[in-house]
Structures are given as structure tokens and as C-alpha cells.
Design a protein. Structure first.
Length: 87
């Protein structure tokens, strides 16, 4: 699956998690968080764009900024979690 496929599938079904076959450490995954609304310190509300989050092996979650390879060349994305490849 490509990065574009991941974005389409993750947007359509935000319960899915995705990993790359090249990730050797178990427990890594990304997911697509749907649009939401955030409240600024001023009290005004603004739309928050769709965000891809990454859960690393250290159990820290951060916004995911894929490498150029991960976005343009990789076709090893799959639905699941690293260390548990698809059947």
C-alpha cells in the first residue's frame, strides 16, 4: 500500500492503524485522526486539520512527518502494527 492509499483508507476509517514492513521494532503504528475543532487561548474556535499521528516503541505519540521515501516511494505500508505483519 502507498502513502496515498494509507491517507485514503485512514480518512475513510479512522479506527485503522498502519505500519511499514521495513519497521523492525515491534509496536510502531500511525493513524489518521479526523478533523476536529480546537479552542485558542482567546476562546475562539478553529478547525484543526486532519493529522496523522505516530505511536513509537517508547509509547510516545507525536504528529507523523514521513520521510520523502515514506511518502513517494514506499509501497510497504500495511494495515496493522509493526512486528505483527498482515497475514
Amino acid at each position: 500500500m502507498t502513502w496515498s492509499d494509507l491517507l485514503r483508507r485512514g480518512t475513510a476509517d479512522p479506527t485503522l492503524t498502519f505500519a511499514r514492513a521495513k519497521w523492525t521494532q515491534a509496536g510502531k503504528f500511525v493513524w489518521v485522526e479526523p478533523r476536529a475543532t480546537v479552542t485558542a487561548p482567546t476562546g475562539a474556535q478553529y478547525p484543526l486539520c486532519t493529522t496523522v499521528y505516530f505511536k513509537d516503541v517508547d509509547d510516545v505519540v507525536k504528529p507523523y512527518l514521513p520521510s520523502m521515501d515514506g511518502m513517494t516511494e514506499a509501497d510497504d505500508w500495511y494495515v496493522g502494527v509493526s512486528g505483527r505483519p498482515p497475514e
